[in-house]
Design a binder for this molecule. Sequence first.
Ligand SMILES: [Ca+2]
Length: 114
Amino acid sequence: MKRKALLALLAVSIASSAMALTGFVKVFATTYNVAKTSTLGKAKCAVCHVGQTAKLNSYGQDLKHALAGSKALTAEVLKKVEAKDSDKDGASNIAEIRADKLPGDAKSVPTTER
Ligand SMILES: [Ca+2]
């Protein structure tokens, strides 16, 4: 009986975290006016995650830190990490986002920054 309840709880938490991530992509896209056909638009979850995994890249980690335990990503939280250079490639996160580059991938750099 206890085990069933635990499994149900686990299923619910997995489902809600996947939904949260979809919401994150939407907030990011709305805040930065990301076009679906752009690099950032196509990257979706990979803007903050390593490929399609749950592992966060450097930008995702900085956002997680800025969220400070909150489950809701907002434009304000995104702004907190704009000045940072999460992937340490010499370009700030906002410079990368404006240039349609991935702020959590050091191999994705705005051409004017190098
Ligand atoms: Ca960078």
